[in-house]
Design a protein around this ligand. Structure first.
Ligand SMILES: NC(=O)C1=CN([C@@H]2O[C@H](COP(=O)(O)OP(=O)(O)OC[C@H]3O[C@@H](n4cnc5c(N)ncnc54)[C@H](OP(=O)(O)O)[C@@H]3O)[C@@H](O)[C@H]2O)C=CC1
Ligand SMILES: Cc1cn([C@H]2C[C@H](O)[C@@H](COP(=O)(O)OP(=O)(O)O[C@H]3O[C@@H](C)C(=O)[C@@H](O)[C@H]3O)O2)c(=O)[nH]c1=O
Ligand SMILES: [Mg+2]
Length: 316
């Protein structure tokens, strides 16, 4: 079969990153696919269910795209502990199938992975405190989600397809399921938010991930020599408690919430969850910066942008 050069197939178009990619890829030759075959606004698109190998294969064949961007994933970190096979099917085996299709058709794959491939113990830097993780640091996922995502990375690399894997972290947007929206909801319901202060990372807007993706998809990973894994995260670092505090402060200032609840720092041990999470999730963006000459701004600038977006949209 012939594939169309310049065509992009976007799998998972309704997720946080997927929705931002719809915007960032507008005007290009792009074919959307979602699990059910409809976009969030009801517009029909291709059905591409990664839980179903036949559905995925049909989407790949029908789109015939030279670039496949896979924004679909099983992202429910706690639920994954009870559905390991489904998480593995979507985050690992389907990614291997996408890679095999791409290798057979000389197509490229853009895929996303996570800080949760690391155990978060951190690697001591020159001054003894943990340094940011680099792309080739040893992985050791703590849970099912992280294991399935790591297996997906490995399956894509093993497929032989030309590919880029953007490892990102703590993704949020003005839409979708994320920590910022959870905090805004809880802020309206509670006097006090108790949030872990001993997990450190960099909250990264889905918009930035999509903008970087759209900017670099025009170059082939293999022929540019710039393939493989790239960390793609906001600059700076904070705890979930710091992020929650900044969300509450910024949301109150924009009158997105009627009153600011107290934000109380707690230890991970005081917030029991089904899955364990890494304590140190800071990723080093130097490879991405050097390869593509771009520098992501600080996480606080991202938060301001997303809160401004919510404020501009008005009351929900
Ligand atoms: N969210 C985060 O904090 C982080 C995410 N990442 C990675 O970034 C990428 C994008 O994540 P993000 O946009 O945040 O995730 P979301 O959870 O917002 O979106 C994931 C999308 O995948 C879709 N999906 C789930 N199962 C299937 C399936 N069987 N077939 C087709 N589509 C399916 C979901 O559809 P539906 O809504 O119907 O379930 C949803 O639209 C993923 O690879 C994720 O692992 C990395 C680090 C952090
Ligand atoms: C809601 C809530 C969460 N927390 C904690 C739990 C957790 O440690 C942290 C963040 O909560 P979340 O549920 O957003 O965490 P989680 O879903 O694990 O977020 C992760 O999602 C996957 C998909 C990724 O790839 C990661 O990069 C990361 O973003 O905050 C509190 O301390 N207080 C609260 O009220
Ligand atoms: Mg979650």
């Amino acid at each position: 079969m012939n594939i169309s050069p310049d065509r992009v197939l976007l799998l998972g178009a309704n997720g946080q990153v997927g929705r931002e990619l719809q915007r960032a890829l507008a005007g290009r030759d792009v074919v959307f696919a979602t699990r059910a075959g409809t976009l969030a606004d009801g517009t029909p698109c291709l059905a591409g269910d990664l839980a179903d190998a036949a559905s995925l294969a049909r989407a790949l064949d029908e789109a015939g795209a030279e670039t496949i961007v896979n924004a679909a994933a099983y992202t429910a970190v706690d639920r994954a502990e009870d559905e390991p096979e489904l998480a593995d099917r979507i985050n690992h085996r389907a990614v291997g199938e996408i890679g095999a299709w791409a290798a057979a058709h000389d197509a490229h794959v853009v895929h996303y992975s996570t800080d949760y491939v690391f155990d978060g113990h951190g690697i001591p830097g020159a001054d003894g405190s943990p340094r940011a993780y680099r792309e080739d640091d040893a992985t050791a996922p703590l849970g099912t989600y992280g294991r399935s995502k790591l297996a997906g990375e490995q399956a894509l690399a093993a497929s032989g397809a030309s590919h880029r894997i953007f490892r990102t972290a703590w993704v949020y947007a003005s839409h979708g399921h994320n920590f910022l929206r959870t905090m805004l909801r809880l802020a309206a319901e509670r006097e006090e938010l108790r949030v872990v202060a001993d997990q450190i990372g960099a909250p990264t807007p889905a918009r930035w991930i999509a903008d970087v993706t759209a900017g670099v998809t025009t170059s082939s990973p293999a022929s540019s020599g710039l393939g493989g894994v790239f960390n793609l995260v906001a600059a700076g670092r904070c705890s979930w408690y710091d992020f929650a505090s900044a969300i509450v402060e910024g949301a109150a200032a924009r009158e997105l919430i009627a009153r600011a609840p107290r934000v109380v720092p707690i230890a991970t041990a005081d917030f029991p969850t089904r899955a364990r999470r890494p304590a140190w999730s800071v990723l080093d963006g130097a490879r991405l910066e050097a390869a593509f000459g771009l520098q992501l701004p600080d996480w606080r600038a991202g938060l301001d942008q997303v809160l401004d977006e919510l404020a501009a949209a008005g009351p929900a």
